[in-house]
Write a protein that binds this ligand. Structure first.
Ligand code: PAF
Length: 283
């Protein structure tokens, strides 16, 4: 695996690969790789000739009181994991090289219809930071296909919307959520949980599963189902940010005809906010 730091160098390499007719698969990350990330690499590998991964803890997507400085950085372990999967290139830019104009004045991308809702409500500017860096990385790597995890469902749909609105010629693939043995969705921020909280955190997936079963059994009073779930989570000690049943494609409350739904939940347990979701079909 070649590790590239310079944006112009990775762009040259990827342009050459394209000219050689190679299909490029891209997986952007912020490092601290776990089994969830590795499954995204495998999905990229299965859909491309060459896999490029990136590690960049993007300051633009962290709010002033968030964990940018303490975000877990495990570069040596990450490199070993990527090597063991035969990832071809790892792009690791510095902030100075990626945002030479400075993080406050660089050109940004906004997906206005989706970015201020759900997680965007409690993290103003977060999704603008995500779309800005992903657009920039797409311009450098020029992938044919890019892979994002379904765990960050709103992020996935925002990236899809950006790609569609800006006519970016890349196919977006979604990787399934990878879970711990107790059902907790894997996340770099799970390491902020104590052992007891990690056990309790599994209830988030359990309650989403219960709600999914109720929808599949024909219940369609979605506000009532969400309220019931919020109350159950609160009783278990979660501080619920949101628990919603939405149309999976536009992340809006479903109409009576909508069948392809998604249950989206975000709740703090101790320090971290846990995100989880499940796609569900109305019968
Ligand atoms: O999901 C992440 O790790 C980040 O939001 C991403 C897509 C790498 C952009 O920084």
């Amino acid at each position: 695996m070649q590790i590239i730091h310079s944006p112009t160098q990775i762009q040259q390499i990827c342009l050459t690969l394209r000219r050689q007719g190679k299909r490029i698969g891209f997986v952007p990350t912020m490092g601290n790789l776990h089994a969830g990330h590795l499954s995204l690499m495998q999905l990229a590998k299965a859909n491309a000739d060459v896999v490029v991964a990136s590690i960049f803890v993007n300051p633009l997507q962290f709010g002033p009181n968030e964990d940018l400085d303490s975000y877990p950085r495990t570069f040596t372990e990450d490199v070993e994991k990527l090597q063991s999967l035969d990832v071809d290139y790892l792009f690791v830019p510095s902030e100075k090289e990626l945002y030479p104009q400075g993080r406050d004045v660089t050109t940004t991308v906004n997906v206005n219809r989706l970015q201020d809702r759900l997680c965007g409500r409690s993290r103003p500017g977060h999704f603008q930071g995500v779309t800005t860096v992903v657009n920039l990385l797409f311009n450098l790597v020029q992938p044919h296909v890019a892979v994002f995890g379904k765990k960050d469902y709103q992020q996935l749909q925002i990236i899809r919307a950006m790609v569609s609105d800006l006519f970016i010629p890349v196919e977006i693939l979604a990787g399934d959520i990878v879970r711990e043995a107790n059902g907790l969705a894997m996340s770099s921020r799970n390491q902020y949980l104590s052992a007891e909280e990690k056990d309790r955190a599994s209830h988030l997936n359990r309650i989403i599963g219960q709600t999914a079963a109720q929808i599949e059994a024909g219940q369609c009073d979605y506000p009532a189902l969400c309220q019931q779930a919020r109350e159950a989570l609160t009783q278990l000690g979660f501080k619920v940010d949101y628990f919603e049943i939405y149309n999976r494609h536009n992340l809006m409350p479903p109409t009576a005809d909508d069948k392809e739904l998604v249950i989206l939940a975000a709740a703090w347990l101790g320090k971290p906010k846990l995100l989880d979701n499940r796609e569900v079909e109305r019968p």
